[in-house]
Design a protein. Structure first.
Lengths: 382, 401
């Protein structure tokens, strides 16, 4: 086996026409004519080819060699265009296609990947939440209230309003009853924000706290509750979020971690979905903690208002009847602790409830349940 | 002309081979949740580099997917910390000056706050642009000799910010100054083996390349003027023509400024370059490629959509029932898979039908004079490559190849 080829020696940009022959022991290629006095000897087991080469008529060989380069390759290249020689080499040298890794490569990959993961986790779970807590205390209150109104307007848009306040329920007796309930709950308590509780005309059984003391109760919750105590319990829970500044902190933390996740998942098909999922998981792990704290706050508030903490448990029981408990893998994405745990906590907090005065009188309770008979916009058009 | 002194660039890449390579690597990228993209990009570059030939010798790309991956992890650590902090601080800054701005000053401040997040990554973007070019140069070889670039990414980032500010302040009039000086900064730090590149020429010469941009703007201005003068018929004619002319002008500027700058590069004091790309060919190639790609994609989506519809049809699905029904799962899976495959095919198709033909035009209109001087050039030391384009990848810059 012998033939003509070209050699680039890796030292100069000269193109050397060379003769290639198999050595007598058939262990190496002997390359003569490269401008050196002695021929070059390339052991067969060290030969490697260049991958993904665009010219199928060429076989470009190099040698496996310990170098400081990006790969373990001799900078010299042997270009073989003789089809017989190329075919012989491809047939008899399976090692041509081998990719050689430097020793300790896996360790390097592990260290880098571990370091990157640690930095990201540290940011997401330690630094950003701590920073969000500090920064949320540094926002002037009137700005936070303005931000809360903004958020409320956005939520209303989600539920189909075309302008802010359009879905607000405003039955006058109902509003008065709601005020009485809030006053009873917050009597003698330091909230830190001017509370603005409103009812939105929507069938969803839910309530939200927003930055700056805004609380929204949905009509569905008033209809689903068995009595005023349950609504008061939910309100106490949302007031807990307000006092703990959870909504503002959450918004700040989300801003940071979305920026960071966008960087990680930004560059392949479905990246946006990964960012969304990632943010859901992170925020779920935070809000589970925040929900438990708001529950504990609600128990204290209910007790000092002369109401039974078990009312919150009763409300959760209604949720469970309606939606079922979230178990299984989905539970990890859910932003709230498992309902059965929370019901148990509410039961434990209310040992020995004595008979009590309900949160609202029967006629006030009826007025609150009918609050959505009059909506802000319909009243305006009267 | 061919007396052994002058060499013309050749490009032998095949559209079909590149398409299949890009499709395979795209699918692997999807299956590995994006990790394989570094290896995929490397393989595509190896193919494209080895398709370019000068004086009988093919170029070689020696980068590895592994080093790109490691570089990306390194960049993630820096950028995760930096971007996380910047984002949260900017959001807080936005909040504290939020609410309906009372004075124009506050409104301005608020706008500044929101656009700051883009400004905050800007130095990193220019830094990454220089680093990416340095990495590509350091991993390119011809006749076994390495290209290379000096470590000067921060100097580039500061200059780029300065020249961009100048360009914006001059309403684009100083664009040639920016184009020329930034290219000169990079060229004067580039090497082939032991020989250094030098950018010659004058920045004012690039005004000649702006001719069609000026034409487009003039037509636009005439259209606006005719609106003011209440002759809407004229405006209807002039405004669209002006807009199209402006787009052509921008492309023409890119192509012709590249040609001018290439013609005025000198390697090692003696090797000079010829470059004569035609704007017409670049635009024509782009339009033809986009047309073919559009046709191909509409056939593919039509077939996939038909399969999904066929599977959906005749199944036991209650149209009034909400939520996801078990019978709907296979068609939904096929639709999602079809969408992702179409996306990958579109990228591969754009590479094979648009990027590669345009690249081929650039390479084949490039020539080198004084070839014998090249043979005197010696090898240069290897460059570690630093972050191996990690920053560029994390910041989503760098384009198709």
């Amino acid at each position: 086996m012998q033939g003509a080829a070209h050699l680039y020696d890796g030292q100069s940009a000269t193109r050397h026409p060379v003769q290639v022959v198999l050595s007598r022991e058939r262990q190496a290629l002997v390359i003569t004519g490269a401008g050196h006095a002695a021929p070059l000897v390339w052991p067969l087991q060290d030969l490697r080819e260049l991958h993904d080469h665009a010219d199928e008529g060429q076989l470009i060989l190099t040698r496996h060699l310990e170098t400081g380069d990006e790969s373990l390759r001799d900078p010299a290249r042997l270009v073989i265009e003789d089809p017989e020689m190329a075919a012989w080499l491809r047939r008899t040298r399976p090692r041509l296609a081998r990719r050689d890794l430097r020793a300790g490569t896996w360790r390097r990959i592990g260290l880098r990947a571990g370091g990157a993961l640690a930095a990201v986790l540290l940011m997401i779970f330690v630094i950003l939440p701590a920073l969000a807590g500090t920064l949320s205390r540094l926002i002037p209150m009137e700005k936070e209230i303005a931000f809360g109104r903004d958020v409320k307007a956005q939520i209303e848009r989600v539920f189909g309003a075309t302008e802010a306040g359009e879905l607000d329920c405003s039955g006058p007796d109902g509003l008065a009853a709601l005020d009485r309930m809030v006053a009873r709950l917050t009597e003698g308590q330091e909230i830190g924000y001017p509370l603005e509780v409103s009812v939105i005309d929507h069938e969803m059984m839910n309530a939200f706290a927003m930055p700056g003391g805004q609380i929204v109760v949905m009509r569905g919750l008033l209809e689903g509750a068995d009595g005023p105590d349950m609504v008061a319990a939910v309100l106490a829970h949302e007031i807990g979020h307000v006092v703990h500044r959870d909504p503002t902190r959450n918004a700040l933390r989300t801003a940071g971690s979305v920026g960071l996740l966008g960087l990680l998942f930004g560059d392949f098909s479905g990246g946006a979905a990964m960012v969304f999922l990632g943010e859901r998981m992170i925020s779920a792990s935070y809000s589970r903690n925040a929900e438990a704290k708001a529950d504990a706050f609600a128990f204290d508030m209910l007790r000092s208002a002369g109401l039974p903490p078990s009312a919150l448990g009763d409300m959760f029981e209604r949720f469970r009847q309606k939606f079922g408990d979230d178990d299984g893998p989905g539970a990890h994405f859910a932003s709230h602790p498992r309902l059965s745990d929370r019901i148990a906590a509410a039961g434990a907090a209310s040992t020995g409830d004595s008979p009590h005065r309900p949160a609202l009188s029967p006629q006030d309770w009826r007025a609150l349940q009918d609050i959505c008979d009059i909506r802000a916009n319909t009243r305006d058009s009267d | 002309m061919n007396d052994g002194n002058f060499g013309q660039g050749e490009y032998t890449g095949d559209g079909k081979a590149l398409f299949w390579l890009a499709l395979r690597t795209g699918c692997l990228t999807l299956l590995t949740l994006g990790i394989y993209r570094f290896w995929g990009k490397t393989r595509i570059r190896r193919y494209i580099w080895s398709s370019a030939r000068l004086e009988g010798s093919r170029f070689e790309y020696t980068g590895t997917g592994l080093e790109m991956f490691l570089g990306f992890l390194l960049a993630v650590v820096f950028l995760a910390v930096y971007l996380g902090l910047i984002q949260i601080l900017l959001f807080w800054f936005g909040l504290t000056i939020l609410a309906e701005p009372q004075t124009p000053g506050q409104a301005l401040l608020q706008m500044a706050g929101f656009s700051l997040s883009a400004v905050a990554v800007l130095p990193f973007i220019f830094f990454a642009i220089y680093r990416a070019r340095r990495y590509k140069m350091a991993r390119t070889r011809w006749r076994g000799i390495r290209f290379g670039m000096e470590k000067a990414a921060w100097g580039y980032a500061f200059r780029a910010m300065g020249y961009w500010a100048l360009t914006l302040l001059s309403l684009g009039l100083l664009t040639p100054l920016m184009t020329f000086r930034l290219e000169k900064y990079m060229t004067d730090r580039s090497w082939f083996g032991t020989a250094r590149f030098v950018q010659q020429g004058r920045w004012t010469a690039l005004y000649g390349c702006m001719w069609h941009i000026l034409n487009g703007l003039a037509l636009f201005a005439c259209g606006a003027l005719s609106l003011v003068l209440d002759t809407p018929m004229l405006a209807v004619l002039l405004l669209p023509v002006g807009a199209v002319w402006l787009v052509i002008g921008v492309i023409s500027y890119q192509v012709q400024s590249f040609a001018y700058l290439s013609r005025h590069k000198v390697l090692g004091g003696t090797v000079a370059f010829e470059a004569s790309p035609r704007t017409r060919t670049v635009i024509g190639t782009y339009l033809l490629g986009a047309l073919l790609l559009g046709l191909g994609l509409s056939v593919v989506t039509g077939v996939l959509g038909g399969i999904a519809a066929f599977l959906l049809f005749g199944r036991d699905i209650d149209p009034t029932g909400g939520g996801l029904q078990p019978a709907m799962i296979p068609p939904v899976l096929i639709t999602v898979a079809g969408y992702l495959l179409t996306l990958i095919a579109a990228r591969a198709g754009a590479l094979a039908l648009i990027t590669q033909p345009i690249l081929k035009h650039y390479v084949t209109t490039l020539g080198v004079t004084n070839l014998p001087a090249l043979a005197e050039i010696r090898q240069r030391a290897a460059d570690t490559g630093a972050d191996a384009e990690g920053f560029a990848d994390a910041l989503d810059i760098g384009g198709a190849i």
